[in-house]
Ligand binder design. Structure first.
Ligand SMILES: [Zn+2]
Length: 313
């Protein structure tokens, strides 16, 4: 069970399934954890309805025990990243076909208030300064990813409101909310071009050919340098062994090329209250220069609050 935070800067990232934390923003988590930031991954579902994407493990006994195996994989990935992790207890919705209903009782079929309640309690307990989640498209059209976005935004707001979920602890206003811009078309195109220029065969061409080159909906407000953590990110992804599809396009590129041409993980700042506690002033998402730190504007304020409370105490 998760235990209360111990002070200092805190980062919470909210994901749909075990493995999502390792495929989107994992190097960022590893970097901040290594710097001493408290990092917590909240995983909405247990990934019970995920498929076994690794043919080497696609056996009846693995499929029959997938819930337990995915928990073990999550624990291994958590260890690799050097972070904490908590499941929020919902059941994977699976990927229903176009005319198929959602399975009864699954995460995406929950009323929003019910689905957000465990995350509200977790935010009030952990008291993150920064929260990261998916944008409103979910990053890809899995019902649990779209629901994770809704739940994270709802909980970001509700956790700060004393009138909401009064049973779930003292209100807490997280200072910034970010959306992942991971696995963008620009990222694939840049890597594909760099590989092609260097005479390296690229697996990304087919994917790019079917992906319209339209401008991204959300501005990149924040780029986190984390090339040094790409090896940790890869190891965390591989820890989710049942979810590793050999040769999948987003894993199949030389890492030295990635470190050279795209050494960052990128984010969109969706909400910001960096002016300090008690007097939050929201700022627009994309203002001014691109940040290179998720805690930009938070570190100074946090230091000042700590000094104030030291003087007071
Ligand atoms: Zn997922």
């Amino acid at each position: 069970m998760f235990t209360k935070h111990s002070g200092g800067l805190r980062l919470l990232t909210v994901h749909a399934h075990p493995d999502d934390e390792s495929s989107k923003g994992a190097a960022t988590l590893a970097r901040y954890a290594a710097e001493g930031v408290e990092v917590l991954v909240a995983t909405c579902t247990g990934g019970e309805r995920g498929s076994v994407l690794n043919p080497a493990l696609d056996r009846p006994e693995v499929r029959a025990d997938l819930t337990r195996i995915r928990r073990e994989e999550m624990e291994a990935a958590r260890e690799v990243l050097g972070v904490r992790q908590q499941f929020l207890g919902f059941v994977d919705s699976g990927m229903p076909g176009p005319d198929e209903p959602l399975p009864e009782g699954c995460f995406a079929a929950q009323p929003l208030e019910v689905a957000a309640a465990p995350l509200v309690a977790l935010i009030r307990e952990f008291r993150p300064h920064v929260v990261i989640t998916y944008d409103e498209t979910g990053g890809y059209p899995h019902p649990d990813h779209v629901m994770t976005h809704k739940v994270a935004v709802e909980a970001f707001e509700a956790a700060a409101d004393p009138k909401r979920h009064p049973e779930a602890g003292e209100p807490w206003q997280a200072v910034k909310l970010y959306y992942h811009l991971a696995l963008s078309r620009a990222w694939f195109q840049t890597l594909h071009d760099a590989m092609t220029e260097r005479g390296v065969a690229s697996e990304m061409g087919e994917l790019l050919a079917g992906w319209p080159d339209t401008p991204p909906a959300l501005a990149t407000t924040t780029r986190i340098e984390c090339a040094e953590q790409f090896a940790v990110r890869d190891a965390a992804m591989l820890a989710h062994a049942t979810q590793v599809q050999p040769g999948v396009a987003f894993m199949a590129h030389p890492r030295d090329i990635e470190r050279e041409v795209w050494p960052t993980e990128d984010y969109h700042l969706a909400r910001s209250f960096v002016s300090g506690p008690g007097n939050p002033v929201p700022t627009a998402g994309a203002v001014g220069a691109v940040e290179n730190d998720l805690f930009a504007g938070v570190r100074a304020a946090e230091g000042a609050w700590a000094r104030c409370s030291n003087r007071a105490g």
